[in-house]
Design a protein. Structure first.
Length: 337
């Protein structure tokens, strides 16, 4: 039996600190957390429920949908559509924003999410996760339009992710620090186990999909070459490389022990500005990372300053230990000079 602070207590204490709080946000976040617990349960049962494998369908990204992509998207929708806290929802798995059904009241928040990030890893039992971002609706109580979601990441009220790994954890920020909670399955509650998570400014670990090397821009090529040169090169120290192909797992490792994660702009598909999506991957992760003392840029600009142009807009992502992110970003600016 744990004796630590529960997530419920933590959220209520946050509400007490927020002038004018009505409890709407607390209740919304509680519904998101319930959805993450339900998703953890389904993901952890995996093959026992016959939910592995792919469907014949593709999502708006042109990616083959896994059965669990659709199942987890439905869990997020059903858990959050009814309570009257939301003006709308948007998801990686839905082309258009989800309109709250008429039988439910409309609220003052917007919920954006990737219900199962890294889902291609589920069949091979590698950690996956749910990423979510909460914004204020421009007009409370009015059904959200696409443009309502197109807010800079700096305007997020809350960002978080659940990671379904050796343990199920929830990591979130409200804008004053990043905190981690571990699910106690015996009680069914998340417990504060990682208070005030802080990313070391220095690191010896970088994460990038090296199979794309021939498509990288020169600043990224230069940075990775210097890491690979190790002690004999300009960095004067050896580096290690990781690539899990699950952003939630990469970010969680970086929050826990430092590192730099890069999914940079490359020439593999010139039409794409990057692989990762701004609204429900880059923005929430950038908020979480910055609140833990890290940095997050596109290589050229701070991610949280970007003005979104589309619901599924892709951007380059370079995030993690501040010294390293600043180095890579500096190389991009050198190139521009
Ligand atoms: P690649 C998962 O599909 C994802 O969106 C991120 O979670 C992950 O970091 C990246 O794509 C992996 O991309 O090209 O290595 O499969």
């Amino acid at each position: 039996m744990h004796t630590g602070t529960t997530l419920t207590q933590f959220i209520i204490e946050e509400q007490r600190r927020t002038a004018g709080a009505t409890g709407d946000f607390t209740s919304l976040l509680n519904d998101v957390v319930i959805a993450c617990k339900a998703i953890s349960n389904v993901v952890n049962k995996g093959a026992l429920l016959g939910v592995m494998g792919s469907l014949d369908s593709e999502n708006v990204q042109g990616e083959t949908q896994k059965k669990l992509d659709v199942i987890t998207n439905d869990i997020m929708i059903r858990s959050n559509e009814w309570a009257g806290h939301l003006a709308g929802m948007a998801s990686e798995e839905m082309d258009e924003p989800y309109a709250i059904p008429g039988q439910y009241p409309l609220g003052k928040y917007l919920l954006v999410f990737d219900p199962l990030d890294g889902s291609s890893n589920v069949d091979v039992n590698i950690s996956v996760g749910t990423i979510f971002s909460i914004l204020k609706a421009p007009v409370a109580g009015r059904a959200a339009k696409t443009e309502d979601f197109l807010q800079p990441g700096a305007q997020q009220v809350c960002a978080g992710y659940a990671i379904y790994g050796s343990s199920t954890m929830l990591v979130l920020t409200f804008g004053h620090g990043t905190n981690g909670f571990t699910l106690d399955r015996d009680v069914g509650e998340f417990v504060l186990t990682h208070p005030s998570m802080t990313i070391p400014t220095e690191t010896r670990e970088f994460a990038i999909n090296a199979s794309n090397m021939r498509f990288w821009e020169k600043p990224v090529q230069r940075y990775v070459d210097e890491c690979l040169a190790g002690k004999t090169g300009p960095r004067g120290k050896d580096f290690n490389m990781r690539w899990v192909a699950s952003m939630v797992a990469e970010v969680h490792r970086i929050l826990t022990r430092g590192g730099i994660f890069m999914y940079p702009k490359d020439t593999k598909d010139p039409a794409k500005a990057g692989k990762l999506r701004l609204l429900y991957e880059a923005n929430p992760m950038a908020f979480i990372v910055e609140q833990a003392g890290g940095a997050a840029t596109t290589g050229r600009e701070r991610i949280l300053d970007l003005s979104p142009e589309g619901l599924h807009q892709r951007v380059p992502v370079i995030l993690g230990s501040k010294t390293e992110v600043d180095t890579v970003t500096g190389y991009h600016h050198e190139k521009a000079a």
